[in-house]
Design a protein around this ligand. Structure first.
Ligand code: ZN
Length: 302
């Protein structure tokens, strides 16, 4: 028998991982400037200050960086890396440089830097005024830095993998759990799915300033939630023979029926008036009508 605390511990870990995934979903969907991003920075970036920059770059480079830092644009961070652009005088007149720097702490006192820039100084392996300007811009106005999209996406994927690992561990302890523990787990998963659903409800409609291309975090998050609920239902069904999978599949059919109904309702509005998406109401009633009738009515409407 698995100890009572084990299933609770594993369930809590799973819920924490999903909370984190939800946070990342919201970050990917919304403008991070409106959010408090403080806890997203890596430890080394968070502890960076101007005294350290001076020490890392040396006095001359630091002073040149001080002159250039107000011109740094497209400021981004990823974990312990800073990225940006800066117009500056290069060997061919005014040039656009794209400095970046990654910081790593080897021990408590020393910070290792991996800087890149297109200027001659950086090509010689030195930290340049553009990199210094980037670091100064960070220390003075960290809120102007947006999290790099690729870094967010990879964080999302890593967190999703952690969710899946903690799900598998939880399923393993379902096999050896008591019926009281299984009931408790079902209740908890029920209230958590309701909470996650509420928190991301409006996120899909939100205007996003981000270029996400074919990546849809809301779809990925919803798929993860579905997978968790299905896996837990399956595990408990397998153990207690509830025919729960049949109920699950029927519910999926009902959902699809509702979507079909919404589609018919909303496209009918499109034909008759110029109602916007937000003005449409989600029908509260159950899907009673048959699909055939819906499709027939839809065809008439067209
Ligand atoms: Zn440079």
């Amino acid at each position: 028998m698995s100890s009572p605390s084990e299933i609770i511990r594993r369930a809590d870990l799973l819920f924490r991982n999903v909370d984190k995934l939800e946070e990342l979903t919201l970050s990917l969907l919304s403008n991070p400037k409106k959010k408090d991003t403080k806890d997203l920075f890596g430890n080394v970036l968070r502890s960076l200050d101007e005294i350290k920059i001076r020490k890392i770059c040396g006095e001359v480079i630091y002073r040149a960086g001080l002159q250039g830092f107000p011109r740094v644009s497209e400021k981004k961070f990823a974990e312990n890396t800073l990225l940006g652009k800066i117009d500056a005088r290069g060997k061919n007149g005014i040039q656009l440089f794209q400095p970046s720097i990654s910081l790593e702490r080897k021990n408590s006192s020393k910070i290792h830097t991996y800087g890149e820039c297109q200027c001659t100084l950086a090509a010689e392996g030195s930290l340049c005024p553009h990199i210094a300007a980037l670091m100064i811009a960070w220390v003075r106005k960290p809120k102007e830095f947006e999290e790099d999209l690729e870094s967010l996406k990879s964080k999302f994927e890593k967190t999703r993998q952690r969710v899946m690992v903690s799900l598998e561990e939880l399923l393993h302890s379902v096999e050896t759990s008591s019926s009281n523990e299984a009931l408790d787990l079902l209740q908890k998963i029920y209230s958590n799915i309701r909470r996650w659903g509420n928190e991301i409800k409006d996120a899909g409609d939100r205007e996003t300033s981000r270029e996400l291309e074919n990546y849809n975090p809301l779809r990925e998050f919803s798929a993860t939630i579905n997978r968790i609920s299905l896996a837990i239902i399956f595990a408990i069904d397998h153990k207690y023979k509830l025919n729960a999978i049949e109920i699950y599949n029927r519910a999926t059919l009902t959902t699809l029926g509702k979507v079909l109904e919404l589609f018919v309702e909303n496209t009918r509005y499109d034909n008759k008036s110029s109602q916007t998406k937000n003005e449409r109401k989600v029908p509260r009633q159950k899907t009673g009508r048959s699909w055939d009738m819906l499709i027939e009515n839809f065809a008439k409407g067209c």
